[in-house]
Design a protein around this ligand. Structure first.
Ligand code: 5GP
Ligand code: MN
Length: 344
């Protein structure tokens, strides 16, 4: 069965599609602390380039978290390109700005700035806008856009025995929380139908990403949830995760994935925040906000971060206690400005 995606294929920008199809050796890069959307999109771009006779080198500055090991191809990501490699195109996946590439950008800035670039992304805060870029904030996931690119460029979505469809489906499941977030549109669902028809195991992917965890991770969640705090009369809920928590539970930093979404289940909070120690002098901040309330890109934007209106993040160059004090003051100020009709 094939699902008709033709109503949406005209939206694929020819400049982006042509550049990817013409690449002989594409450097395909993910954002730091990679998730299923950036990784799946990169694998999708690799499949397109290969289908058109080229090859791809897949870059992730951070190691791929074990959570994603069930997807085929994760072992092909490397942290660094070869500065003398014969790349003829850079494809940047799911990055709201080039800086989101993380450390690899610092290590190879000349190479990254020299290559012709295609940026495929769905972050509202993305303002890069190069001639070959495709930035569509109405897409639920970058993988939704890559699936349309693939179909537009005649790549069978069932390529690799379903591996391509599974990788792209994983990105959509990740960024919609299995179609639970308000970002799922008819196009998201049509693309997903096409991916399932092409062999993507939707339910298994959803289980792996959202309902299956090592016990150590559940213990980490317990510690962090146990110390949650509310402020601003319940409008802000927050908690913190230190390196000591990781050591005590034997977990990796990537095991914090999902915690913020539990905090965001608070009935009263306009803003849910998780502060994560990132060494002695930096703090990662994850933010979730309620529909119609605080714009998470505005809140994190004050601290140089970004993302989406309902889910965004930032890195603050300060130790956790200081970062928390500064960020909470701004979060409370923005949460106070939200007015809601009283619900009886
Ligand atoms: P998370 O809280 O799950 O790490 O990130 C939520 C969303 O915000 C994701 O879409 C992610 O790409 C984006 N995001 C997270 N951290 C940053 C950041 O430091 N800068 C920008 N521009 N976006 C971020
Ligand atoms: Mn994404």
């Amino acid at each position: 069965m094939t699902v008709d995606l033709s109503p949406w294929l005209d939206a694929v920008p020819p400049a982006a599609a042509d550049a990817i199809a013409a690449a002989r050796h594409a450097l395909v890069a993910c954002h730091e602390n990679p998730d299923a959307d950036t990784l799946g999109a990169a694998l999708g771009v690799e499949a397109i380039v290969r289908h058109h006779g080229g090859k791809a080198t897949l870059i992730s500055t951070d190691p791929v978290p074990p959570l994603y090991a069930f997807l085929e191809g994760m072992d092909r990501f490397v942290a660094d390109p070869d500065d003398n490699g014969d790349y003829d195109l850079l494809v940047v996946c799911d990055c709201g700005s080039l800086e989101r590439l993380g450390g690899v950008l610092e290590r190879h800035r000349a190479l990254f700035e020299r290559l012709p670039r295609v940026l495929v992304d769905h972050h509202a805060s993305n303002t890069d806008g190069g001639p070959r870029d495709w930035v569509d904030p109405t897409a639920a996931a970058t993988c939704e856009l890559v699936a349309l690119l693939a179909r537009r460029l005649s790549v069978p979505l069932d390529a690799g025995n379903g591996a391509l469809a599974a990788a792209l489906m994983a990105g959509i499941v990740m960024d919609t929380s299995t179609f639970a977030h308000p970002n799922s549109t008819p196009r998201t669902l049509a693309v997903s139908a096409a991916l399932v028809a092409s062999g993507a195991p939707l339910s298994e992917i959803s289980r792996r990403l959202y309902r299956s965890k090592p016990d150590a991770q559940l213990r980490l969640f317990g510690r962090v949830l146990d110390r949650l705090e509310v402020s601003d009369g319940g409008k802000v809920i927050h908690s913190s995760l230190s390196d000591a928590d990781l050591a005590a539970t034997g977990t990796l930093s990537s095991h914090s994935e999902g915690l913020i979404d539990l905090l965001a289940q608070s009935e009263t909070a306009e803003v849910a925040i998780l502060f994560k120690e990132d060494g002695p002098s930096a703090t990662r901040v994850s933010v979730r906000t309620k529909p119609g309330g605080v714009d998470a890109t505005v809140l994190t934007g004050v601290f140089g971060g970004g993302g989406h209106a309902r889910a965004a993040g930032a890195t603050i160059a300060a130790p956790l206690p200081e970062a928390r004090t500064r960020f909470l003051a701004e979060a409370e100020r923005q949460a106070d400005a939200v007015s809601r009709a009283a619900t009886a």
